[in-house]
Design a protein around this ligand. Structure first.
Ligand SMILES: Nc1ncnc2c1ncn2[C@@H]1O[C@H](COP(=O)(O)OP(=O)(O)OP(=O)(O)O)[C@@H](O)[C@H]1O
Length: 300
């Protein structure tokens, strides 16, 4: 469904000079700084997969998604989305893809939500009966009825996000890109967004590429993650395999009269000696979580 091969994006920015006459020097010298945001990335995503695309700030996630939507042209490499080259066939590609950015809305700020959704229906040439059935599904799944007539600017963040998800899926694209869809939402709203994604993926076999810093989203939604840093793929595979390959040792935590002490459960650990050294109140074992595993990989 999505094929990316040796994909690279280098941004070129005019070098800027500061100090007296800096602006003139900037104009006259025409020197450039280059930054490789995406550096030879390859992956394939099959129809119906939900994949977490993760990385620290500045890793190149948004740049990749922009090349998948056709907003940016790659410097080199291959991108194919549903058999199309996105930047060559940007309009046709847009019909295959729904996009949601948590940080900014795609909706018309001054229009009531329902009008924004109608405009999306018109823009994507959704026939009236299909629009009606799709809207009904979105209203039920996302609980839109309480605020369908409210101008988008007056919606809460959680309501606005539900409106954005409805707009992205109204024309039933086979692929959905989600960029930080739960950022800033409370626990209930996050849950609603996650349930919508699960349902959309199950019902329509929609392929989902999810970018997020919230690892609870990833654990709830994705079987596979692609981890990138500095524009390169560090890991591509299952979450379970990642945890067993890179997990730090489990830790034994001794809660004693003089406080709590944590010990890594490695082969050389002399547990009896250690227990004898404390007046113990309780013992617990800490299992590594996805966050500690990912931190370890970034730190390597
Ligand atoms: N238009 C641009 N011109 C020049 N450099 C850019 C441009 N867009 C992004 N970059 C640079 O490319 C690198 C990757 O940026 P990108 O936005 O893809 O990261 P990201 O992984 O999405 O980060 P975040 O988690 O913070 O959203 C960064 O160093 C960024 O400064």
């Amino acid at each position: 469904m999505i094929r990316v091969e040796r994909l690279t994006k280098v941004f070129r920015r005019p070098r800027t000079f500061t100090g007296p006459l800096g602006a003139i020097r900037t104009l006259l010298t025409r020197q450039y700084d280059e930054r490789t945001a995406v550096d030879g990335i390859s992956f394939d995503i099959a129809e119906g997969e939900v994949v977490g695309y993760l990385g620290p700030n500045g890793a190149g996630k948004s740049t990749t998604v922009k090349m998948l939507t056709g907003i940016l042209t790659p410097t080199s490499g291959v991108v194919e989305v549903a058999g199309r080259v996105p930047w060559r066939e940007r309009n046709a590609n847009a019909r295959s893809v729904g996009v949601v950015f948590g940080q900014r809305s795609q909706l018309w700020w001054d229009l009531p939500l329902i009008e924004s959704l109608r405009l999306v229906g018109d823009l994507y040439d959704v026939p009236a009966p299909r629009f009606a059935s799709s809207l009904k599904r979105m209203r039920d799944l996302l609980g839109l009825d309480d605020f369908l007539d409210t101008p988008v600017r007056q919606l809460s963040l959680g309501q606005r996000m539900r409106g954005d998800l409805a707009a992205a899926m109204l024309y039933e694209p086979p692929i959905l890109y989600l960029d930080e869809p739960t950022v800033g939402l409370d626990v209930l709203a996050k849950q609603a967004v996650r349930e919508f994604i699960v349902d959309t993926n199950r019902a329509g076999r929609t392929t989902v590429l999810l970018t997020t810093h919230d690892l609870a989203d990833v654990e709830a939604l994705c079987k596979r993650i692609i981890l990138i840093d500095k524009g390169k793929v560090l890991y591509d595979g299952g979450i379970d395999a990642l945890v067993s390959a890179y997990a730090p040792p489990r830790r034994l935590v001794v809660h004693a009269d003089d406080g709590s002490h944590a010990y890594e459960l490695t082969e050389g650990l002399e547990v009896p000696d250690l227990l004898a050294a404390h007046t113990i109140r309780d013992l617990s074992i800490e299992e590594p979580d996805l966050e500690s595993v990912i931190k370890r990989i970034y730190a390597a």
